[in-house]
Design a protein around this ligand. Structure first.
Ligand code: PEP
Ligand code: MN
Length: 337
């Protein structure tokens, strides 16, 4: 249930409503917008008499949220959420480009790639330091050494950094180095991890699970938000279907669908979405045209020798061309990069 307060509701009136909800055993989440405050009441609201609130001072109207996700729902927060980090923001007019290697491999590799993606216009540097590999014999990531390099490269080139978090015990470690936690597809429904991330205040990029429905993505976002961390960015990265030509099937329709159902920003990952270098740029262009608030793209200076995801990594020149094309697309839809 959402209680929308009048524009001129006083802090005391807001407090009284919150107290009434707490007395009914409900959890309160408040969003103070520029114009008015919105109070979300989470818990069993079926027995709550709406009229008690409807006629309280300062209340404009009450909305019952029918979806199973509440805080992530657009009924809770009508306007797009704009998530701020490290001087940047996502969810506004600007389309945010995150780029870098699948995995941090060495200082030379990372700095070379960071320099090229920054020059092309990316603002966030990606790079895995803890890698969730299908085979236990594959490269598992550089660990903290990789995070340090990522931070150093981010600082050197004036970029924010994002890296994948594999388990809750790593939160403090990653928090020291990254601006955004990335929850990978394999962990989208690791509810314990999501709950622990909900206690932090850093943005979380939540990747769609390989066979997750849109509702499941939003329920996973709800886990993070229900603990108090509203800084969730959804990410479409392709799903498993009967098609085997591409690594995954990039679900472009998830972008407008999530935008309609939720106020959260959505980013697209055409690298994992296709698994094939030649198809990354077309899917990136399509995702931005479909309304994505950002892209996360794998770029490598020597993809043939990359320790992971070389075949889907763009060469720096390809990334640069793509950025030029995205300038035209964002201009056409009233946005910018
Ligand atoms: C990655 O970003 O390198 C990655 C492993 O992504 P996903 O979780 O989408 O497979
Ligand atoms: Mn990868």
């Amino acid at each position: 249930m959402v209680i929308i307060m009048k524009n001129d509701a006083t802090p005391k009136q807001i407090e009284e409503i919150e107290q009434k909800l707490v007395d009914l055993g409900l959890k309160v989440h408040r969003i103070d917008g520029d114009i008015r405050s919105i109070i979300g009441a989470i818990g069993d609201t079926t027995k709550v008499d709406k009229r008690i609130f409807e006629h309280s001072d300062g209340v404009l109207r009450i909305v019952r949220i029918m979806e199973p996700y509440k805080l992530a729902s657009r009924s809770f927060h009508e306007d797009n959420s704009v998530i701020k980090f490290d001087g940047t923001e996502i969810g506004g007019d600007k389309v945010i480009i995150m780029a870098g290697p699948c995995a941090v491999e060495s200082e030379e590799q990372l700095f070379t790639i960071a320099k090229s993606v920054k020059e092309a216009g990316a603002t966030v540097l990606r790079g895995g330091a803890f890698k969730p590999r299908t085979s236990p014999y594959s490269f598992q990531g550089m660990g903290e050494e990789g995070l340090k390099l990522l931070r150093q490269a981010g600082d050197e080139f004036g970029m924010s950094v994002i890296s994948e978090i594999l388990e809750a015990t790593h939160i403090d470690l990653l928090a020291k180095y990254v601006d955004i936690f990335q929850v990978g597809a394999r962990n989208m429904q690791n509810f314990w991890l999501l709950r622990e991330l909900s206690k932090t205040n850093k943005p979380v990029l939540l990747k769609r699970g390989m066979s997750a429905t849109i509702e499941e993505v939003l329920m996973a976002a709800e886990y993070i938000m229900s603990g108090g961390n509203y800084h969730v960015i959804c990410c479409e990265r392709g799903i498993r279907t009967f098609e085997t030509y591409t690594r995954n099937t990039m679900d472009i329709s998830a972008i407008p669908a999530i935008k309609k159902l939720s106020h959260l920003p959505i980013v697209a990952d055409p690298s994992h979405g296709t698994g094939i270098r030649a198809h990354v740029a077309p899917m990136a262009r399509a995702a931005v045209a479909a309304g994505a608030d950002g892209l996360i793209i794998e770029v490598h200076n020597d993809p043939d020798r990359a320790v992971s995801d070389g075949p889907q990594s763009l060469f720096p020149d390809q990334f640069k061309n793509l950025m030029e094309e995205l300038k035209v697309i964002t201009w056409a839809i009233g946005r910018s990069i």
